[in-house]
Design a protein around this ligand. Structure first.
Ligand code: BG6
Ligand code: MG
Length: 218
């Protein structure tokens, strides 16, 4: 294994729990379209882009819509989502994340973001973590969504590093797949039952420090 020189973090579900807000916003839209939408359905949308998420919901309802209507629906969902996240603050950074980032930085590790979300810079700003990131790759900069590795490859490129030198942290199946497809080591955040394809899985960052990483990946 090459020496690890950077961490590439997914945002939603890794740094902050925005999945609950995405769920509420998608559910309201689905209800308006008379499509049932459960938490389990939401689970399958994790890591997918906005447009891919809408397509999954429409397919569930056997609904075929024109491009213009789909754009309007996505704008509507996003406006609701932004309303829901507008009150987020640094208190909502998930336990242990800030301490882990600080410890990694103290060990000379570079910090980058690889998120499918077009709202990622805004969310990082709201939770006060933007200054910690040397590279921020988000949904507006990519043409292919996870499970394609593009977002992480751009992150490694922005840091001037090889994928094998960048450790990805992901909570979504599509994100773990994306990391693997790009040749990145990846630690899953969540349950091994869901993220079994990752090199290692931890429930979260609480109590995790940079020194523990080689042991996890061994
Ligand atoms: C991902 C989330 O990070 O971003 C998905 O896991 C979300 O649930 C996607 O759909 C796109 O987000 P946004 O903010 O651009 O609609
Ligand atoms: Mg995620």
């Amino acid at each position: 294994m090459s020496t690890l020189r950077a961490c590439l973090f997914d945002l939603d579900g890794v740094i902050v729990d925005t999945a609950k807000h995405h769920f509420v916003a998608w559910r309201r839209l689905a209800e308006e379209l008379s499509i049932p939408f459960t938490e389990e359905d939401n689970e399958g949308l994790k890591g997918l882009s906005r447009v891919d998420s809408l397509e999954v919901i429409l397919a569930k309802g056997n609904l075929v819509l024109d491009a213009q209507t789909k754009l309007q629906l996505m704008d509507k969902k996003n406006a609701h989502y932004l309303e829901l996240v507008s009150t987020m603050s640094p208190d909502e950074v998930l336990p242990g994340v800030s301490a882990f980032i600080a410890d990694a930085q103290a060990n000379g590790v570079h910090i980058g973001l690889g998120s499918s979300s077009k709202n990622a810079p805004q969310i990082l700003e709201l939770i006060g973590l933007k200054p910690a990131f040397e590279a921020i790759i988000h949904g507006n900069q990519i043409t292919l969504s996870k499970p394609d590795p593009e977002v992480f490859l751009l992150g490694a490129q922005a840091l001037g590093l090889d994928p094998s030198e960048c450790l990805v942290f992901e909570d979504a199946v599509a994100g773990v797949e994306a990391a693997r497809a790009g040749g990145f080591p990846v630690i899953g955040i969540g349950s091994p039952d869901v993220l079994g394809a990752a090199d290692a899985v931890v429930p979260g960052f609480e109590g995790l420090d940079w020194q523990a990483i080689p042991g996890l990946l061994a």
